[in-house]
Ligand binder design. Structure first.
Ligand code: Q46
Ligand code: ZN
Ligand code: ZN
Length: 349
């Protein structure tokens, strides 16, 4: 197998492109695809300040690496969700990547601990309010990413969702004919009214390609998945699409990009509901109190019950019962992205 660029020994075969590349030309190809997605969907410009949502997994760390390599002003935000050993290992990977690869290029890493900042973690949310962990986690991540971006003046939040992720979401939305989610499925979620713009620059690249890029460029990431991801429906969709791809290379890309180019334009995007400021944290919400503050209040009540786990006294100083969504260690207005599509929930990748 020979590289189609230099005829040297190829290290990867990309059947969907009918191409094979050596290390050097695969890296060039990968970075070119990221640049192309940024330009194709007008995600951001060279002067924009980007906040990359990192989880310690391959996609988000690779995304950060590529954006820095392409010369963008990209800092990152990591949220310690308090999910046992998984969070401990992820934190270490992110901190090490920052120290070794990002800090020397002048990039900052922001770390928010859900427990230290808001008085609960994802496992407590699951146990105390019987909310599926991914639902509490997704809501918290959307809230905090947006809040930090707004508070710290970033223009855009970038996530590591790749072609496999987006094709699986599309398949799920098509199977349910969920027209409002379909209408909003796009690699750029516009900002405004307290929401920062969100973009997915890896949308032209598959999971396999991202993993190969990580290995070939020495990006050390957490291989284990979050324990709560086990049995996720998205895995079934990804499996199906991979089987299709095996038989017919390029199907995944066709499915997603033909939708972007033809299907989506036929759909009408519903107006977002009128928003007002959350009574507690000041963030935009269709109701009186934002979803994150409602969940926080419920959780802190539960945790205060006798025998109900950590009492407020033992939670970090500053957690105010009268301001359930107010972070313990950070102050200031923010935006709760609860009006965003639920299909966005959870994943940072
Ligand atoms: S981290 Fe959070 Fe994911 Fe774990 S609890 Fe679910 S949403 S699976 S990307
Ligand atoms: Zn080559
Ligand atoms: Zn609120």
């Amino acid at each position: 197998m020979r590289c189609i660029k230099c005829r040297g020994k190829a290290v990867i075969d990309l059947r969907r492109h009918n191409a094979a590349f050596c290390r050097e030309h695969f890296v060039e190809f990968f970075q070119g695809q990221v640049r192309r997605a940024i330009e194709q969907f007008r995600m951001f410009g060279p002067d924009d300040r980007i906040l990359v949502a990192v989880s310690g997994g391959k996609d988000s760390l690779v995304l950060w690496e590529v954006l820095l390599h392409l010369g963008y002003r990209a800092d990152a935000l990591y949220i310690d969700l308090g999910i046992g050993d998984y969070s401990a290992a992820s934190t270490e990977k992110v901190r090490r990547f920052h120290q070794q690869r990002a800090a020397p290029l002048g990039a900052d890493l922001h770390v928010v601990s859900l427990k230290a900042a808001y008085g609960f973690d994802v496992d407590e949310a699951r146990d105390r309010v019987r909310r599926p962990p991914c639902s509490a986690c997704g809501l918290s991540k959307r809230y905090i990413f947006n809040k930090v971006a707004v508070d710290r003046g970033y223009d855009v939040v970038a996530t590591g969702h790749n072609l496999d992720d987006e094709a699986a979401v599309l398949l799920g939305n098509v199977l349910r004919w969920n027209m409002s989610y379909l209408a909003r499925q796009w690699p750029v979620l516009p900002g405004g009214r307290g929401f920062v713009r969100k973009v997915k620059p890896l949308v032209r690249l598959t999971e396999r390609e991202t993993a190969a890029y990580a290995v070939l460029t020495g990006v050390d990431y957490i291989v284990e998945e979050c324990p709560h991801a086990v049995g996720a429906t998205s895995h079934v969709y990804k499996d199906l699409l991979n089987r299709l791809e095996q038989q017919s290379p390029g199907s995944k890309h066709q499915f997603l990009f033909q939708f972007y180019q033809q299907g989506r334009s036929q759909l009408k995007v519903e107006e977002r509901p009128d928003l007002r400021s959350c009574r507690y944290c000041g963030q935009p919400t269709p109701g009186d109190v934002c979803a994150f503050c409602r969940m926080t209040a419920l959780l802190l009540d539960q945790l205060e019950q006798p025998g109900g786990g950590a009492a407020m006294d033992s939670s970090p100083a500053g957690a105010q019962r009268s301001t359930p969504g107010a972070p313990v260690s950070q102050a200031g207005p923010a935006a709760a992205p609860e009006a965003e599509p639920a299909s966005e929930a959870g994943a940072v990748n």
